[in-house]
Design a binder for this molecule. Structure first.
Ligand SMILES: Cc1cc2nc3c(=O)[nH]c(=O)nc-3n(C[C@H](O)[C@H](O)[C@H](O)COP(=O)(O)OP(=O)(O)OC[C@H]3O[C@@H](n4cnc5c(N)ncnc54)[C@H](O)[C@@H]3O)c2cc1C
Length: 399
């Protein structure tokens, strides 16, 4: 078997990369080790509405609910509200992630991409050190597929990067361990995503409540692995739900546990190879959201790979167009938010309460982590010392 491009992983990053490479004329195959695209779901399912501008998803089947804003609760329950009224209409959706992923795969397939299911990449094929395809295991059979380019879109546990000699290891302080229930029979009075902060409820992370309808929501917690121990995420989540009168009559219709990288991105290009999505560590280190970057990064990766196939040049130099592209588009934001994550980690609950109190009546001009950081700096010039590395570049980093 021979293809121009092998994409390892049929998540959002893989499907979008495959689609854009195929649109540029490349012959593409996606290898997916699971038996169904998008399932089991491992996601809070929140995504910004800016994806509407990108022509990625057709129809509306993937939308569970449209959000009017977000509320952030400090440890003493002071509430900071970012609403669509104040912030224009750039809020978000809560999605059905299984349908979301399948729609992206349909789109790739409509451009000629082939999908192989239950197909796990087990190593890279190399010829005198040059990457020339992938060894695959499907059921009990092992076989080889050759290609000019291999794309690692294999998520947080990515192996493709390691096989190519890229250091993708994650420090425990750069990994969030998460647990989430989808709870039915709870009250979701309004279309707001709620975030709860506090050392006791979520060390180094937060609890989220993302409504999927009037009486159902994803309720989850992410905590930093360096501050965690076995089973802690689920224990904290169970306690949060039990203590919360709005949630404690709910019944779970789904439970999941997973991990999110909250690090700086890794190197993403080698001769004949690129990394996209969580495999590239393209996740916002503050929010843990990765979906928008999968779509933006996947498009850049697919277009770059398509160009490489056209020119029959698979060198790191040519493929670096992708790395330069994502650095320009969202890489600077990740770098900025990584610094903010480190600063937030040094803060105690008292400081969070003080910050929330000072922002509770603030009129945000947009719904973004940037606007929160800007408001904090305006309200607390003494924080400028800690945020100085950010401010030097903050104008350029604004996204
Ligand atoms: C609990 C939790 C909540 C989250 N909530 C949000 C949220 O609300 N909003 C948001 O934007 N982001 C959220 N994220 C992050 C988001 O889910 C990821 O950023 C996103 O899924 C990354 O997409 P991807 O395509 O890079 O990887 P994935 O979606 O992980 O897809 C990778 C695919 O590769 C396949 N694969 C892996 N290895 C191989 C192999 N060797 N061979 C073949 N196939 C392979 C896997 O089976 C998988 O299907 C959350 C993550 C978690 C864990």
């Amino acid at each position: 078997m021979r293809y121009d491009v092998i994409v390892v992983g049929g998540g959002p990053a893989g499907s979008v990369t495959a689609r854009f490479a195929a649109e540029s004329g490349a012959k593409v195959i996606v290898l997916e080790r699971r038996q169904e695209i998008g399932s089991p779901v491992l996601c809070g399912e929140g995504v910004s509405r800016k994806i509407d501008d990108w022509d990625m998803l057709k129809g509306k089947r993937w939308i569970a609910s449209r959000m009017d804003g977000a509320r952030i609760y400090s440890p003493d329950k002071t509430c900071v509200t970012l609403s669509a009224d104040m912030a224009g209409n750039e809020t978000g959706y809560v999605v059905y992630r299984d349908i979301f992923d399948q729609e992206l795969a349909h789109r790739a397939i409509s451009k000629g991409v082939k999908f192989m299911m239950n197909a796990q990449a087990i190593s890279l094929l190399k010829d005198k050190g040059k990457i020339k395809g992938v060894k695959v295991k499907q059921f009990d059979e092992e076989f080889e597929i050759e290609s000019d380019v291999v794309v690692g879109a294999d998520g947080v546990e990515s192996k493709v990067g390691q096989w190519a000699g890229i250091d993708t290891r994650l420090d425990p302080k750069d990994l969030e361990t998460c647990a989430q229930y989808t709870l039915s029979n709870i009250e979701c009075k309004d279309a707001y995503c709620d975030f709860y902060l506090g050392r006791e409820i979520a060390p180094g992370g937060y609890v989220w409540v993302f409504p999927k309808g009037k009486d159902v929501a994803n309720v989850g917690v992410g905590i930093l692995a360096s501050l965690s121990e076995s089973g802690m995420a689920k224990r904290l989540l169970d306690k949060f739900i039990a203590d919360n009168p709005r949630l404690n009559k709910g019944e779970p219709i789904r439970f999941l546990a997973g991990a999110v990288p909250v690090s700086n991105p890794v190197e993403t290009v080698r001769d004949n190879l690129l990394l996209v999505g969580d495999a590239a560590r393209h996740v916002d280190p503050i929010t843990g959201g990765g979906l928008t970057h999968c779509l933006e990064g996947g498009k850049l990766a697919g277009e770059t790979v398509g160009g490489a196939i056209e020119q029959q040049d698979f060198s790191k130099e040519l493929l670096s167009k992708y790395e330069n592209g994502w650095k320009e588009t969202f890489g600077k934001k990740i770098k900025r938010n990584y610094l903010v994550k480190e600063i937030l980690l040094d803060m105690d609950d008292k400081t969070f309460n003080m910050l929330a109190d000072s922002l509770k009546d603030y009129k945000f001009d947009e719904l973004s982590t940037y606007s929160l950081i800007k408001a904090l700096v305006l309200k607390h010039p003494t924080l400028l010392m800690k945020l100085r590395p950010l401010l030097k570049v903050s104008k350029k980093l604004r996204r």
